[in-house]
Design a protein around this ligand. Structure first.
Ligand code: FMN
Length: 442
């Protein structure tokens, strides 16, 4: 079957540990005991690199939902630390981690990312998130949605200036003359803005990629604008109708062009959280098993958080959520677009039980259930349908659900000519087909 597109899929995969489904840790082989061990992550990234996936992704959040800890394997290692360890045991695969712009400082984050890029030989990636919660751990109020993105945009601007504050030829390293570097090729940035006042330069030489690949995962209008200005890769929820997905794809590409950038230089990767089995029958059985582990009380609390704190305790599971309880999308200060996805399902008439089951099995992403062939067909359909340049895979259970993606779905995509069999370059930017980062015009 000839492909309709001449480019190939871009695939990255979440390595969160035991799986995206709330019940995944209770499966016999889940390796939940290794959630804080390098061994589990070394295996996961090894399978992903052997399958030639473009990147692994580590999500991050800055709050522990303590009440839900009794039944959910919450809490996780800090991304940059873990990715640095994984850089040492891999050669080609990209290393993308989430870092908050609301609760971090650009000089520190520039140091972390430059170090990861040097250590990995140019494979670092940063998922720019503005954090919709966690303020209690920083002694501050959570800034409103718009302000978080305004700070996020300035944060990215400062970070990019810092990372490019050394010219490519700043280092001399001439033992005979004793000249180590050329200070006139290392530049202060003297940034003074509404949120940051940073003199620079960075105290780490220019990283191999110039600056890491920038991902961004906010799909609201404001979020899309920040993505259009700075992102190389955009993660989004895959759980919308084909039309919505295509509309989001077209709207974001148009915003990129409006910022004077080549729309093809930004890769849109919706999230997909497949429940996969060797056969469809097995996949359905695994879905029943995983859903059998659902803690509906914890699930109800999680759903209420996604619904901007809407009260749900008085509702029966087979009841619908009354629309009048829900705020307007634009009034939501937390995860606005994610809330929008849930609100649309409530308008479609989903019951509380169905909403909870879906929330805890994917946190808002697309959950196809099936055999490798079926999952491959679906990914290709969306790729060729013009709503994605690839996907961020969120394995619903580990290790089998992860390995069926890397060892069964990927070979099918490769056989159909839709996915790479070898890495194209050395750095993540090269492997994503992105242009090199030019020197800053001085
Ligand atoms: C695939 C994917 C991964 C995400 N990872 C994180 C993360 O690691 N940390 C985080 O705080 N938010 C994460 N988010 C949430 C986004 O940063 C953002 O809050 C959300 O998409 C709502 O954005 P909006 O308010 O612009 O609509 C992720 C979203 C997606 C789609």
């Amino acid at each position: 079957m000839a492909l309709k597109r001449d480019d190939q899929l871009i695939l990255s995969i979440l390595i969160g540990g035991v799986g995206n489904h709330i019940g995944a840790w209770r499966r016999p082989n889940s390796r939940v005991e290794e959630k804080y061990s390098l061994s589990l992550f070394q295996d996961l990234i090894g399978w992903a690199e052997a399958a030639k996936l473009h990147a692994v992704f580590l999500a991050d959040t800055l709050r522990l939902e303590r009440d839900s800890l009794s039944t959910q394997p919450l809490a996780h290692l800090e991304p940059v630390t873990l990715l640095s360890a994984l850089a040492a045991v891999t050669k080609h695969i990209g290393l993308i981690g989430s870092i908050s712009t609301t609760f971090s400082e650009p000089f520190n984050v520039a140091r972390q990312l430059a170090s990861l890029d040097h250590i990995s030989g140019g494979r670092a990636g940063w998922n720019l998130v503005t954090s919709a919660w966690g303020e209690e751990n920083f002694g501050r109020e959570l800034p409103p949605h718009e302000e978080r993105y305004e700070r996020g945009a300035e944060f990215a601007e400062v970070l990019l200036k810092l990372l490019r504050s050394w010219d490519e030829d700043a280092l001399e390293l001439d033992r005979s003359t004793g000249v180590y570097a050329h200070p006139d090729r290392v530049h202060p940035i003297d940034h003074v803005g509404r949120h940051f006042d940073v003199r620079g330069p960075l105290n780490i030489a220019r990283p191999p990629q110039g600056h890491p690949v920038i991902a961004q995962a906010g799909s609201s209008g404001t979020g899309q604008d920040v993505a259009a200005r700075f992102a190389d890769v955009v993660f989004t929820t895959g759980r919308t109708t084909e039309e919505d997905s295509r509309a989001f794809y077209a709207s974001l590409k148009a915003r990129v062009a409006a910022h004077g950038r080549d729309p093809d230089s930004v890769k849109i990767l919706p999230g997909v959280s497949p429940i996969i089995g060797e056969t469809e029958t097995e996949a359905l059985a695994i879905e029943r098993e995983l859903n059998g582990f659902i803690d509906l009380v914890a699930g109800r609390a999680r759903l209420s958080r996604q619904l901007a704190g809407t009260a749900l305790d008085d509702l029966e599971l087979d009841e619908r959520v009354p629309l009048e309880r829900l705020p307007d999308v634009e009034a939501v200060e937390g995860r606005r677009s994610r809330y929008g996805v849930y609100r649309a399902l409530i308008e479609e008439g989903w019951t509380l039980r169905r909403l909870i089951e879906w929330e805890v099995s994917s946190a808002g992403h697309f959950v196809p259930v099936g055999a490798p062939e079926q999952i491959a067909d679906l990914l290709l359909e969306r790729f060729e349908g013009g709503s994605a340049d690839g996907f961020i895979l969120l394995p619903s259970y580990v290790p089998e659900g992860f390995q069926l993606l890397t060892d069964a779905v990927v070979p099918i995509l490769q056989d159909r000519g839709a996915f790479q069999r070898e890495y194209a370059g050395e750095t993540l930017r090269q492997n994503l087909g992105l242009a090199p980062v030019p020197e800053l015009a001085r």
